[in-house]
Design a binder for this molecule. Structure first.
Ligand code: PLP
Length: 393
């Protein structure tokens, strides 16, 4: 029985992927078995070759992991999904699964630090040419794409200055050039944005962040057509970065409250962004829900909510100001993570862009006093009181 057709995201987050076929437990069981046995050799062969449903070996597939993939797949409106042990596991599997020497990738200067490392260090080693464009310069991206490329890789909103790129517009340009469009949808989540519906071909998530939402499990997932997902899965099955069944269970459980959490985080982040915008201790606020944000119009067109992530510059633009400010926050983990139920704050130098040198960060337009703020599900008024006392010092 498919009980998910025609349902809305808040209902899908709860019910999608839950028909596990593993007995009548109401919760998806955690199947720890590494291997799955077959008395009938012909059935074993059919499952091995993908001619019949079933599982063979845990590095390839697992029933708990499959339930998690299915939940995200349905929320993203995709034909197929596959997963990996981490967000970087799925991003690197997607790139290595789809690219070959001589191929060209066009992407943005503002992608996640680890992704940027793949583009600057690893892909070029294998003869793959990478061109990184100014993130919000749509004309420049279109011009690079028109020169020919195999993959256009996008991320929106970006980390940490929450820049916005127009997925529909750039997907049209990429398809005209015969390219495949990949979008990292980690910051938006499928509750706020569905890249496939906007024209992208493959959507990627670090499930570690908002999908799981409780900062207790790492994971990554990719959704798209059967053909593209198969190419990603094929590399992942061989590189071996498989999602652990226990992590899949934690992510599945976390995702049941995804819509509730995201609605709250959208509302909290907007309220906090407006408060910070008028605070004398803050010189600049980056949040796509603010009319002052350069990507606001595109965000309003392609997102249903503006997300829980914002960043801001302290009035004193030095790293010393960051050193003084962060320990004064009482309602925030100061940690290298985001997307959890608790608020998390940190500077890009220790979080998203730890892989980059100070010079590279400066070239990316990341100011010294930038604070990345991942709004949790707390009461926004308590978070505002906490930010206010920390800013006043
Ligand atoms: C964290 C993150 C990643 C990497 O995910 P991991 O699960 O840490 O490997 C990729 N993209 C974005 C936007 C992220 O925030």
């Amino acid at each position: 029985m498919d009980r998910t057709s025609g349902l809305r995201p808040g209902t899908l987050a709860v019910w999608a992927g839950e028909d596990h076929g593993l007995g009548n437990a109401t919760q998806v069981p955690v199947v720890h078995s590494v291997a799955f046995g077959y008395d009938d050799v012909d059935e074993w062969i059919d499952v091995s070759l993908g001619r019949a449903p079933g599982h063979i070996y845990g590095r390839n597939t697992n029933p708990t992991v499959a339930a998690f993939e299915d939940k995200v797949r349905i929320l993203e409106g995709a034909e197929a999904a596959t997963s990996a042990a981490t967000g970087m596991g799925i991003i690197s599997s997607a790139l290595f699964g789809l690219l070959a020497p001589g191929d060209r990738v066009v992407s943005l200067k503002d992608t996640y630090g680890g992704t940027n490392r793949l583009f600057s260090e690893f892909l070029p080693r294998f003869g793959i040419d990478v061109t990184l464009c100014d993130t919000t310069d749509h004309e420049a991206i279109e011009a690079e794409v028109a020169k020919g490329c195999r993959v256009l890789y996008l991320e929106t909103p970006t980390n940490p200055t929450v820049k916005i790129v127009d997925i529909a517009r750039l997907s049209r340009a990429a398809h005209a050039a015969g390219a495949t469009v990949l979008v990292d949808n980690t910051f938006a989540t499928p509750i706020n944005q569905n890249p496939l519906a906007l024209g992208a071909d493959l959507v990627l998530h670090s499930a570690t962040k908002f999908l799981g939402g409780h900062a207790d499990a790492l994971g990554g997932v990719a959704c798209g057509s059967k053909e593209l997902v198969q190419a990603v899965y094929h590399f992942r099955e061989i590189n071996g970065a498989s999602l652990h069944p226990m992590a899949a269970y934690l992510l599945l459980r976390g995702m049941k409250t995804l819509a509730l959490r995201i609605e709250r985080q959208n509302a909290n982040a907007l309220k906090i962004a407006r408060f910070l915008e008028s605070h004398p201790g803050v010189s600049r606020v980056f949040y796509p829900g603010l009319e002052s944000h350069e990507g606001h119009a595109i965000a309003a067109k392609q997102m249903r909510g503006f997300g829980g992530m914002l960043s801001f510059m302290l009035a004193e633009n030095t790293f010393d100001a960051v050193r003084r400010f962060l320990p004064r926050l009482t309602l925030a983990h100061t940690a290298a993570n985001l997307g959890a139920v608790e608020t998390i704050a940190g500077p890009p130098a220790t979080t998203s862009h730890v892989e980059c040198t100070p010079e590279e960060r400066a070239a990316m337009g990341i100011p010294e006093s930038l604070i990345r703020y991942s709004t949790g599900i707390e009461d926004a008024d308590d978070l505002i009181v906490d930010l206010d006392q920390a800013l006043r010092g």
